[in-house]
Design a protein around this ligand. Sequence first.
Ligand SMILES: [Zn+2]
Length: 253
Amino acid sequence: MLSLFLRYAKKALLVLLIGTMIAGSIMSPANKSELETMYTSYAVENYERQCEIIVRAGEYEGKAGKRIYVNNCTVNLPDDIPVRNDGDGKGFYVSEWDINVKESKALIEKLQANGINAKLQIAHSKSEDLNAAGRIANKSNPKLYISIHHNYHESNSTGYFSMYNPDNEQSEQIAIRLSNAIENNSQVPRRNCRPNTGYIGEMNVINDSTVPVLLELGFFSNIEELEQICSDSYVDYVSSNLAKEITLILNEN
Ligand SMILES: [Zn+2]
């Protein structure tokens, strides 16, 4: 009797499992976009404009994969960029998040000095990253959403660039203007602006009432460029000139 029951239970479990897998593969993409659409229309109707601009420091504290290990090299960094160690045997690293935070704070300070109602967005955990970051920003419904990042690729990769949503004319125009604004920094060369073809989490869920631009302000995987993008002089140049251009843009609208 018991063995018969067990055999039946096993079969039922298997059927349930396969059923769930099939339903999951068919249902989840449709459900996801449906949910996002619902969220967006809800947000547009209900959230008041609470600030003119949000500056997001991309990534979150301690995010794996967004770091450069510096065990085998000498690297000169200012005091406000920590060399971290998780005690996991991998050694010492610099986190993209720390660099993003430094640049974002400097930009916010300068915008506020210009009389702009600017808010800083910083994530401390995975739950506030990617799409979630965009949804959090939507609640403040800013005119502009600037997400600050630095790039990781080859050890000799170099350059900064901006990214825009291709279906949003203003996003492209502002991306170009912000790139132009920091062209003469004499440290990190300019690259062409790029469209976000759907893989940048925070830009995919931003409301139509907000113009998003993502800035990749240099390659931290290149040690020479890492030192430049962390330096007070680069951060000061970039934040000053971005703040100047953003203030112009906000005063035009
Ligand atoms: Zn990033």
